[in-house]
Design a protein around this ligand. Structure first.
Ligand code: C5P
Length: 312
């Protein structure tokens, strides 16, 4: 494995684990007054990504502002069709980013992460359809194992006391929709990145531009009343800003992983972070008392991911 690939994958494992645990903690800790609004966090993160990408372009132009603006004009404004193509994955990600917050509010961190592994299945299906990628027998077997593992994780032991089953179903629904979006948007972005000659950072600028617009719309339609009453940054504290930064860095890391590897390898990184966040949840937060189903299901998901990642 080349060094760039290894570095971006390791960073993604660390970022995913930290984000899930921090989000979960921030959502469940008691707060005085209002909690932060998910939609504003997604919007601010998109804006932070845009600033980061602009800084990278500035750096690649040796901090010459005129030359950086020239590149953006040439590649973003004067190529409207290329820019518009990014609206598709970007819109899909905007919905997904909001849905994932809902999912995390209703599910514990390990259940969330293991179920979200179904995005490997949707990535595989979209890779076959959109990229004409061929999958061998072993890869399809691992995908079936993956689904079996995810199903096992969902079974609760007989003595499990459900706090509110309806809310759990909301969480599961939100996460399943996110899986479809993740596979579709990821593979579509991979196609645009690898089958055209625009640079990763120009693609990321286009992505963040649309991301800011779409997340702004989501914010407006879902929370405008509360925002006009209690303010855009209601409930923000140091932890919220940390989540915003983690979100933004994570998005940029995902784009690097898609460039230097692919969407399937990205799924492998996510499965490593499951092991880590489950362990932390269990040993540090005392949140999860794993049933046999959970342990076997998680092991099956991990095994399937390893099998899937074998070359050939
Ligand atoms: O879970 P998944 O890997 O699909 O999440 C991808 C995340 O990366 C999303 O939050 C999406 O907004 C972000 N992303 C990004 N820029 C890209 C590609 C993905 O910010 N070019």
């Amino acid at each position: 494995m080349n060094i760039k690939k290894l570095v971006v994958l390791s960073l993604l494992v660390i970022q995913t684990t930290t984000l899930v645990l921090t989000l979960r903690y921030s959502r469940s800790k008691p707060v005085e007054g209002a909690r932060f609004l998910n939609s504003t966090v997604v919007l601010v993160a998109e804006f932070v990504k845009l600033i980061c990408c602009l800084l990278v372009i500035l750096k690649t132009n040796e901090f010459n502002t005129a030359s950086a603006l020239g590149e953006i004009r040439r590649e973003v404004i004067h190529k409207p069709i290329e820019t518009l193509k990014i609206a598709i994955p970007s819109g899909s990600y905007a919905i997904q980013n909001n849905l994932l917050f809902i999912a995390l509010s209703y599910l514990d961190a390990p259940t969330y992460q293991v179920t979200y592994q179904l995005k490997i299945l949707s990535s595989a299906i979209f890779s076959v359809v959109l990229l004409r990628r061929k999958l061998n027998f072993l890869k399809w077997v691992s995908l079936i194992l993956l689904m079996a593992g995810v199903a096992l994780v969902q079974i609760r032991p007989d003595d499990y006391e459900e706090k509110d089953p309806t809310l759990r179903w909301y969480g599961l629904g939100a996460i399943l929709m996110s899986c479809v979006s993740s596979g579709f948007a990821g593979v579509y972005f991979e196609k645009l990145l690898k089958r055209s000659n625009q640079s990763l950072w120009i693609r990321n600028i286009q992505m963040a531009l649309f991301g800011t617009v779409f997340s702004g719309m989501a914010c407006y339609y879902s929370d405008m009343d509360i925002i006009s009453r209690d303010g855009f940054f209601q409930g923000y504290d140091g932890l919220t800003w940390f989540i915003v930064l983690l979100h933004a860095v994570g998005g940029l890391l995902v784009s690097c992983v898609i460039k230097f590897a692919d969407n399937i390898t990205k799924g492998f990184a996510a499965s490593l972070s499951i092991v880590i966040s489950s362990a932390v949840s269990y040993f540090i937060f005392n949140e999860l008392n794993p049933s046999h189903y959970f342990v076997i299901g998680t092991a099956t998901v991990l095994l399937s991911t390893i099998l899937y990642s074998r070359p050939g």
